[in-house]
Design a protein around this ligand. Structure first.
Ligand code: ZN
Ligand code: ZN
Ligand code: FE
Length: 749
């Protein structure tokens, strides 16, 4: 019987793949070896024919749950004399290594069982983990991934743990962050004033007592501090909103177990599998009628951001609490999460009523990932824990891209892979900018990369642009400024490995256009290196510029002034003095940029339809319009948006909407017609461009209904539609798009 050589590629390092192969081969009585190599895992096996077949079958079926096999190639070799025993060879790490940084993994079923077993030495131990689960990226100081270079370096293994660590047949074989109550981190609880507190079980009990009394708990989680409060208590949730300065933006809710979650939300088997999987993201799912979750958790929102305990500590807390808990990042509005104990006390002291911490350092902030299931596939809206920084294969010269200003990320393209950082938040604060710079330094060190060029947005005032300019100066590298919507389209091309040319529909709130106006309703033809702009929404004025983001009535006024020549029904949202000032400013073009933004068009329509005139957070009015439209689907119909020489004329849309309003039409029906009108427009842009491939990108496509309608309409006419899934449609993917563009352009130094 010949020997088999098996080459496995994908996410196979840092997930317990080698010990799994070892156990499988040993069980089947096969000889040979397994080895970590730069390109993946190499296996050679020999033995009885049945054993080899069985080995191949079980290799796929029983692979560790966090492993993702992209490619498995087999070929035959002559039998060798390396004996009957199976071995794990030392990793091969030659010069051209492409280290991969493993992502954090949610509590696995075996460890979950272990902490519930009174006979286990890890009974109720909150830092239990194994090769299939536990912290990774959040605790890595440097590569290669090894305990001595992680936050676990200060916890030497006890003899029992050491024996497990060294036993190839144990599921903790080489589990770098493994620990037990004897040698691992310990829980500590203290009140808001700090000082010495209770430890271990007493700490957990104190935290649970606080939560049961409706208090706000700051919890040192996997990637930084989180704020927890009883999700069933309207007053407790409202207190958290008041103290955190977060008026209406939805909070995520962690449920004790899948049964509890299913009782409160509508989830199918595929969604449940994602929730319970190794990444365990927050999923936006419909909330059930009569769910016990307080309305203040997600006001005026039919969906709930739901997730399950993903660390043993969360598991123990939720089990002890026995009900759903709001679980949100421990920060003030849009600042990054606090990760250090002293820092948390200082920053969260007047928000939290108590702190549950531990002595394992968190080395970098890592938010929870957020996604939504659409058509059976996970579409990420925020990519962080569990997904970042897993690489995307991409060839090209090494590029460092600094991304946008909101939902910032950094991308480093090196060694045929693009590594996109975790979601870093907004760059308005000094902490946000510092985190961006630290993340750049981290990625450069991890990948030992020396980028040849830098990329950033065209916007001169983005925090990331200023950081990129300083870096370009310091490193003596050329800096490419990539237009915002070009980068949006390019990010999807990178994700799907498209070369182009494609027609990209990049619809979002705003991005700096090459003509100095605000873009956001664009039809761009993108090949690799450049783009053309064959179409866009007809520009309308935005009185007050950026202030319009939080005041949809301003977009409504601008749209009416542009299309009707007068304020019309938009006037009703202002007092006469305000209105006069804004009309005059618009006439003279004072602080009133022109915009072709689809996001602002959503705001304008929502405001005119009377949904709301203010917005507590960007996109709130647009979301409310989407929720209405979901209910108006059966009404059907659409509004006209004719395309004239590439410009989408918004006047007929506005007039039809105002007619409906005068006739007292149903709000959900009007909202649906508006969504349908944009899908018709997507098709009109595509037919005018005549490209077979159409990319949908930009923050507006976080709207599931809009995405679905556009996809349907385009596919029905034979267009092939590409949407973002593994990376967000919003500005979180800009750095990836910038890296893709910069790697394809030939640059003169
Ligand atoms: Zn485990
Ligand atoms: Zn131990
Ligand atoms: Fe954008």
């Amino acid at each position: 019987m010949p020997r088999l050589r098996i080459q496995v590629q994908g996410v196979v390092q840092g997930v317990g793949f080698r010990p799994f192969v070892f156990r499988l081969a040993t069980e089947l009585g096969l000889g040979g070896w397994v080895q970590n190599r730069p390109e993946g895992i190499r296996i050679e096996v020999q033995g009885a024919g049945f054993g080899q077949e069985e080995f191949l079958r079980r290799l796929r079926v029983e692979a560790p749950r966090a492993a993702v096999i992209h490619d498995l190639v087999c070929d035959s070799l002559p039998e060798s004399a390396d004996g009957a025993h199976f071995r794990i060879l030392p990793s091969e790490s030659e010069g051209d290594r492409r280290p991969s940084i493993p992502a954090d993994l949610a509590l696995c079923p075996e460890c979950e069982q272990e902490i519930q077993d009174p006979g286990s030495r890890r009974f109720r131990y909150p830092f239990t983990n194994c090769t299939a689960c536990g912290p990774r990226y959040s605790i890595i100081a440097s590569l290669p991934y090894d305990r001595s270079r992680t936050a676990m370096a200060e916890f030497p293994l006890c003899p029992d743990c050491r024996a497990e660590f060294e036993d190839p047949l144990d599921r903790r074989f080489h589990a770098q962050p493994m620990a037990c109550p004897r040698c691992g981190p310990k829980l500590v609880y203290c009140g808001p004033e700090g000082g010495p507190g209770s430890e271990t079980e007493a700490a957990l009990a104190a935290a649970l007592d606080l939560l049961k009394r409706g208090g706000i708990l700051a919890l040192k989680g996997l990637g930084g501090f989180q704020l927890l409060v009883d999700a069933r208590s309207q007053t407790a949730v409202q207190r958290l909103r008041d103290r955190k300065g977060r008026a209406e933006k939805p909070f995520a809710v962690m449920f004790p177990d899948p049964e509890f979650l299913e009782a409160a939300c509508v989830v199918d088997a595929i969604a449940l599998a994602a929730l319970r999987g190794p990444a365990a993201p927050i999923l936006l799912v419909p909330r059930r009628e009569g769910s016990p979750v307080a309305l203040a958790v997600a006001p005026d929102n039919p969906d709930l951001g739901a997730f399950l305990p993903y660390t043993p500590l969360h598991r123990l807390l939720l089990e002890g609490f026995g009900g759903p808990l709001v679980c949100t990042s421990g920060n003030r509005s849009e600042e990054p999460m606090a990760i250090g104990g002293a820092e948390a006390l200082a920053r969260l002291g007047d928000i939290a009523d108590g702190f549950l911490g531990h002595d394992r350092p968190v080395l970098r902030p890592l938010d929870d990932s957020v996604g939504r299931m659409e058509g059976g596939a996970l579409h990420l809206l925020r990519r962080a824990r569990g997904f970042a920084p897993l690489p995307l294969p991409m060839a090209g010269p090494s590029v460092l891209a600094l991304g946008g200003h909101m939902k910032a990320t950094v991308t480093l393209l090196a060694g045929d892979q693009a590594v996109v950082s975790q979601h870093l938040g907004d760059l308005d604060s000094a902490q946000g900018l510092a985190l961006l710079e630290r993340t750049v330094a981290d990625l450069l060190a991890f990948l030992e990369a020396a980028p040849e060029r830098l990329a950033c947005d065209l916007h001169p005032d983005y925090g990331s642009t200023r950081v990129a300019e300083a870096l370009a100066c310091r490193m003596g590298l050329p800096l490419l400024r990539v237009q915002h919507h070009h980068a949006h389209v390019a990010a999807v091309m990178a994700e799907h490995g498209l070369r182009g040319p494609v027609l990209g529909l990049a619809w979002d709130g705003s991005g700096w256009g090459t003509d100095g106006t605000v873009w956001g309703g664009e039809a761009l033809e993108v090949d690799g290196t450049g783009f053309r702009r064959p179409g866009h929404l007809r520009p309308f004025p935005l009185p007050g510029g950026e202030r319009a983001v939080r005041e949809p009535r301003r977009a409504a006024l601008g749209l009416c002034l542009a299309c009707l020549g007068k304020p019309g029904p938009a006037a009703a949202a202002f007092n006469p003095e305000e209105l006069a000032v804004l009309c005059r400013a618009t006439e003279r073009g004072v602080n009133t940029p022109m915009c072709s933004s689809a996001g602002r068009l959503f705001d304008a329509v929502a405001s005119l339809a009377g949904i709301r005139s203010g917005a507590g957070f960007e996109g709130q009015a647009a979301m409310a319009l989407e929720f209405q439209a979901r209910r108006g689907r059966s009404a059907g119909g659409s509004y006209p948006i004719p395309l004239k020489e590439g410009q989408a004329d918004l006047a007929p849309l506005l007039e039809a909407l105002l007619d409906d309003l005068r006739l007292g039409a149903d709000l959900p029906a009007m909202a649906f017609r508006f969504h349908a009108a944009l899908a018709d427009l997507a098709l009109a842009f595509a037919e005018a461009a005549g490209r077979e491939w159409v990319v949908l990108s930009g923050g507006c496509f976080q709207n599931a209904l809009l995405s679905e309608l556009c996809q349907e309409r385009l596919a029905s006419r034979g267009f092939q539609v590409f949407r973002p899934a593994r990376f967000p449609a919003n500005d979180g993917a800009l750095s990836l798009g910038q890296a893709w563009v910069a790697s394809r352009i030939s640059m003169e130094h």
